[in-house]
Design a protein around this ligand. Structure first.
Ligand code: LLP
Length: 404
């Protein structure tokens, strides 16, 4: 992934920073656009995954809409040229200020997550003499078989309206004259790689849309959410998410009526492989039980491993571009070369933050590493830079782009 020129460039830069592989981003966006447009599906980019300005500009260029979860995301979508007709606003706790902002911006649709929220949006729209277009986020109780911290579509999750509340929803929609019902919305979780899960979601969506239509509602939009997973283990050999299989499942199993639009809200699958967190080894601590590589990046720059025990491939790019034996590319390369795997040492790769949990991964096999070596933490384009924090009064992490 990193050629000699790139490594030389990194050497002159202050670390840590996010390095954006814009070619990978383009390749991914192209693949998604090709696979979705085959069936006339609409994709809104889930901006929460990464709102880096360069990333947003490129995504907009490819014609995707924006899925926002805060007033500031709605503002950013508008500033980056996403048309108001291509902006949806989701979220379980929209404030009155945020709802008013989105009403003023005349966005395409609100995804409402409770009966009370429907009533509030109705009141705020009425006060502005506007009609708010609404999709109802329904919790379908479908297990996403993903990490429990990023599962959202089960009865015990806080998201969406449960199916036993649908009669209340129907009644509320009938009496709220400042709302226009557009359709139904679902999102069952993230990092989903088992297509069977999406097949089950389609079955539930079909049942729920029948329920609404039996009661005289017309459904114009079926929004199936996002969640498509990516390959964190093999970013170089499996770079682009399997958009073909993903959209095909919906084509096969979703009951789409004439005139209906099918919408998706993909985040991770569009941006995940497009960035690496680049850091330097500050100190090597060789102990009796453990060896530690102390990096200049920590949970303040990438919190996913600490928060969800998420795996990210870690490479020492300074050691002749050699990457860890866990990588598929490395396995292939070592078959012919005389690279000696005995030179690999197990390290706990940790950050500088004053928390024991500030560890990227334990027992990572890396070439013998030294103070000053550059370390790449791969597949950090989704929920990386956007989840950075200023804990310990750290500097804001920088961003560098392959095309500069
Ligand atoms: N739509 C809704 C309503 C969502 O809540 C999400 C993500 C998406 C779409 C986009 O999901 P994606 O395609 O990116 O899976 N911080 C966690 C992931 C949280 C996902 C939140 N919702 C992580 O780092 O794994």
């Amino acid at each position: 992934m990193f050629n000699t020129n790139t490594i030389t460039r990194f050497q002159s830069l202050e670390t840590p920073f996010y390095y954006y592989h814009l070619d990978v981003l383009r390749q991914t966006l192209e693949a998604c656009r090709t696979a979705s447009s085959k069936y006339g599906f609409h994709v809104h980019y889930a901006m929460k995954a990464n709102f880096n300005p360069r990333v947003l500009d490129l995504i907009k260029e490819y014609g995707f809409g924006a899925d926002c979860v805060s007033g500031n995301e709605v503002k950013a979508a508008i500033e980056h040229g996403f048309g108001k007709e291509n902006i949806v606003f989701a979220g379980v706790g929209k404030s009155d200020k945020e709802i008013n902002l989105a009403l003023d911006a005349d966005i395409f649709c609100f995804n409402a997550e409770s009966v009370q929220e429907l009533e509030v949006i109705n009141e705020l729209a009425k006060a502005k003499n506007k009609i708010a277009k609404m999709a109802i986020r329904i919790n379908p109780n479908v297990d996403a078989h993903t990490h429990h911290f990023i599962t959202t579509g089960l009865d015990e999750n806080k998201f969406g309206i449960n199916t036993w509340q649908l009669s209340d929803v129907a009644e509320t929609l009938r009496k709220c004259t400042s709302l226009e019902f557009l359709g139904i919305h679902f999102h069952i979780g993230s990092q989903i790689t088992d297509m069977e899960v999406y097949k089950n979601l389609c079955t539930r969506i079909n049942e729920i849309q029948d329920w609404f239509e039996d009661r005289g509602f017309t459904i114009k939009v079926l929004n199936t959410g996002g969640g498509l997973g990516i390959d964190y283990q093999n970013p170089d050999t499996n770079t682009v998410a399997d958009f073909e299989s993903y959209f095909k499942v919906f084509k096969q199993f979703l009951n789409v009526k004439p005139g209906q639009e099918v919408h998706f809200e993909l985040g991770r699958a569009l941006v995940g492989q497009s960035a690496s967190l680049i850091s330097r080894v500050l100190y090597v601590k060789n102990g009796q039980k453990k060896n530690f590589l102390v990096l200049d990046a920590g949970m303040t720059e990438l919190i996913r491993p600490m928060l969800y025990q998420a795996y990210h491939l870690i490479e020492n790019v300074s050691q002749s571009g050699v990457i860890s034996p866990e990588s598929e590319v490395e396995k292939e390369a070592t078959q012919d070369s005389e690279l000696n795997t005995q030179d690999f040492i197990k390290y706990d790769v940790v950050g500088p933050i004053c928390e024991s949990t500030d560890c990227f991964q334990k027992d990572v096999e890396l070439p013998e590493s030294f103070r000053g070596d550059l370390i790449a933490i791969r597949t950090a384009g989704a929920y990386g830079e956007v989840m950075a924090s200023g804990y310990n009064l750290r500097d804001r992490v920088g961003s560098i782009y392959s095309e500069d």
